[in-house]
Design a protein around this ligand. Structure first.
Ligand SMILES: Nc1ncnc2c1ncn2[C@@H]1O[C@H](COP(=O)(O)OP(=O)(O)O)[C@@H](O)[C@H]1O
Ligand SMILES: [Mg+2]
Length: 443
């Protein structure tokens, strides 16, 4: 069975080093105990083990009605924990990230932004059964004048293709409108192709193994001649999110090509997805689920800086948690207490009481010298930065005095200072130089 992942599903992006690119998981062993240094993590063992339990509960779809709150001082790894959870859940489970402050927009209602992000965090596995013609192109003949056709004429009158499989051959007459598709896929005899019987779309999969000795150096993908008959019934699993479906239904006539994408930029797409449209999508989804053709996969919605939300949002989340297909909510805050926005009332963590009741709280602990040093070492390795012991000590001291994040951010500038002075490794003086250039938020 073939698997396809939709646009909303999580994708790996490792090409650029970002603040958390050293985090590759939660660093737990088989018994779900935290290994001190693993998967880019160091220390914070309790929180990592608790996060591991949440991952297990999410996989078993047992998080309905409750939410997780990562609480702890700034720079103690709350966002890193959430991303570690995403890595542990794997690509199949959607993971959507939202900052609390993002809900405030002049054009879109706060709850609308929350709904949209919730739907980005709910996956749908849809099985489709389609008939395809698959095989090695034994012959490909165009009748008519190709030039006239590309000029807008109708001279291509017939396309005949013969496909070969291990069980036999089949001749197909293709619609002349498929000429462009065949050209863009650069199909020639000896290629392995698949043609969808319903949509008529043709895809080149590679070249037949029979031709694998054609060149000394190859950039081609060689495939065996497909087994069985040319005509096949194929089951494909598509993984998309409810938001993908909403968007697709909101712009049904736009198409998916580059021009359509550019044209969409000018449109306020968000307002096009109405509640009515979502209800329609929900009804079709329910129907598919009842027929056994689709499966709902609740993912994770991570809301960072959750204290930035207000009473309306908290009331909305309270209701949303009860939904049978709700994603797992993972929230994070660095406030111990504060005014609940929109009420003027002070409360623990700056969050309203009715929502606090539903939380499983994971507390992250302030780091000591050893933890800071270990995290900085991991980070330096990820950024491919070499430091003398003295430079590391200087950074640890800065992290204690300002913040871990600020110390981390000084690494790359210090490397520039070192390199411009002709040094291979960063020395304490370069850290000092970088520190003087950039001012921390708090001293
Ligand atoms: N225990 C840890 N192990 C490895 N890296 C960590 C750890 N804790 C924090 N970090 C890294 O330190 C930086 C600050 O942590 P972050 O997760 O942003 O903190 P918070 O979200 O709590 O403010 C990030 O780059 C993060 O990846
Ligand atoms: Mg954070």
């Amino acid at each position: 069975m073939e698997e396809r992942t939709g646009t909303g599903a999580q994708k790996k992006q490792h090409s650029r080093t970002c603040a958390h690119s050293h985090i590759t998981g939660l660093g737990l062993d088989k018994e779900c105990a935290a290994i001190k240094t693993k998967d880019g993590f160091f220390g914070q063992e309790n929180a990592r083990e608790a996060a591991g339990v949440i991952v297990a509960l999410t996989k078993k779809q047992k998080m309905a009605g409750k939410a997780v709150l990562l609480a702890g001082p700034s720079g103690t790894g709350k966002t890193a924990l959430a991303l570690g959870m995403a890595r542990e859940l794997g690509e199949r489970i959607p993971f959507c990230v939202l900052a609390g402050s993002e809900v405030y927009s002049a054009e879109v209602k706060k709850t609308e932004i929350l709904v949209e992000n919730m739907r980005k965090a709910i996956g749908l596995k849809i099985k489709t059964v389609s008939t395809v013609y698959e095989g090695e192109v034994a012959s490909l003949v165009f009748n008519g004048s190709p030039k006239a056709f590309t000029d807008g004429g109708k001279k291509i009158t017939e396309i005949n293709v013969e496909l070969k499989c291990q069980k036999g051959k089949k001749s197909l007459r293709l619609d002349p409108s498929m000429y462009g598709n065949i050209l863009s896929e650069r199909v020639r005899t000896g290629d392995i192709v698949t043609i969808d019987a319903t949509s008529g779309s043709l895809k080149r999969l590679g070249r037949s193994e029979t031709f694998s000795a054609e060149h000394d150096i190859e950039s081609e993908i060689y495939l065996p001649v497909p087994k069985g008959d040319v005509k096949k019934v194929k089951e494909t699993v598509h993984q998309i999110t409810l938001h993908d479906l909403d968007s697709a239904h909101a712009c049904p006539k736009d198409g998916q090509d580059a021009i359509a994408l550019i044209n969409r930029l000018g449109k306020t797409k968000k307002t096009e997805i109405t509640e009515k449209l979502r209800n329609k999508v929900n009804a079709s989804v329910t129907d598919l689920v009842l027929k056994g053709a689709a499966e709902i996969i609740p993912g994770v919605l991570f809301i960072d800086e959750v204290h930035m939300l207000d009473a309306d949002c908290f009331a909305f989340l309270n209701r949303a948690l009860e939904m049978p297909t709700a994603p797992t909510f993972v929230l994070a805050t660095n406030k111990k207490e504060g005014v609940v926005r929109g009420t003027g009332i002070r409360n623990t963590l700056g969050i309203s009481n009715d929502l606090l009741d539903r939380f499983l709280i994971i507390q992250t602990q302030q780091y000591g010298k050893e933890d800071i040093k270990a995290v900085l070492v991991i980070r330096a390795r990820t950024e491919n930065i070499s430091m003398e012991e003295g430079a590391l000590e200087a950074l640890v001291e800065i992290a204690e005095r300002t913040s871990l994040r600020h110390a981390m951010h000084l690494m790359a500038p210090a490397e520039i200072c070192a390199k411009s002075g002709g040094f291979e490794k960063i020395e304490a003086a370069h850290i000092k130089e970088a520190e003087e250039l950039f001012c921390p938020v708090r001293r």
